[in-house]
Design a protein around this ligand. Structure first.
Ligand code: G3P
Ligand code: MG
Length: 241
């Protein structure tokens, strides 16, 4: 069974360092967390890279869809100074580099596969190939898209999977079971003890995003949540195990 930590850094540690960057992973580790969550999309040349949005607008202040850029071009783009000038050297990491950094830092990784239209299956396959060759990184691969998880499973059946949902909706148990998921990863809004109990009773671990308030995090953990995904892991040290 997966040894989930009580706190997982969201997009690295998005409240204290630029999201989905290696600096963010280091900030998460320095805050004391054992795992980070980060998002993955596919470049034009089919390289999985760590970025949340489909475009560079928010993290690099420029137009350009990730799906139309090569990994080499992406490696030249500053993805850190939007957050603070001293992060100007940060880049959008490839999944391989991100996992190598996790290994070096002793971090586990919740890799979230973002949907990318007709290339979803390619993303699942490419990400599976990278993830399978990662050594020494505890992994949980999650997605809002069941078809992506299914494609990922076909290529890397032994890597644990989590079904991402904003909230429980009809059929969630059957979907999570069909995909062989070990966790259900739920949005925090509207989540209560009854719903947490239902997920646990169905035999799944439960990961909740995104919680930055220590009191709310502590209540969720006391109600049976395994892991809290937070932008501010540095503020949640009181709830670490
Ligand atoms: O994996 C949990 C969370 O990251 C999902 O939402 O939009 O922050 O990727 P988002
Ligand atoms: Mg995410």
């Amino acid at each position: 069974m997966l040894d989930l930590p009580r706190v997982i850094g969201h997009r690295g540690a998005a409240g204290i360092a630029p999201e989905n960057t290696l600096a963010g992973f280091r900030a998460a580790r320095d805050a004391g967390v054992r795992w980070v969550e980060f998002d993955v999309r596919l470049t034009a040349d089919l390289v999985p890279v760590g970025i949340h949005d489909a475009t560079l607008a928010r993290v690099a202040g420029m137009s350009g869809r990730i799906a139309r850029l090569t990994a080499d071009r992406l490696a030249t783009i500053d993805a850190g100074s939007w957050f603070a000038p001293h992060f100007a050297a940060e880049r959008v990491p490839t999944l391989a580099v991100a996992l190598a950094e996790c290994a070096a830092l002793g971090l586990g990784a919740n890799v979230e596969l973002k949907c990318c239209g007709i290339r979803s299956r390619a993303l699942a396959r490419r990400a599976a190939d990278v993830v399978r060759s990662a050594r020494g990184v505890p992994l949980l691969v999650s997605s809002f898209r069941p078809s992506l998880l299914a494609a990922f499973r076909r290529r890397a059946p032994d890597v644990p999977r989590g079904l991402l949902l904003e909230r429980l909706r009809p059929g969630w148990r059957a979907t999570a079971r069909r995909l062989g998921c070990v966790t259900v990863n739920l949005g925090a809004i509207g989540l209560d003890a009854r719903k947490i109990g239902a997920v646990r009773a169905a035999g799944f671990g439960i990961v909740v995003y995104t919680v930055n308030d220590p009191a709310r995090a502590a209540r969720l953990l006391a109600a049976g949540v395994d892991s809290i995904i937070s932008d501010r892991p540095d503020a949640l040290t009181s709830v670490f195990s």
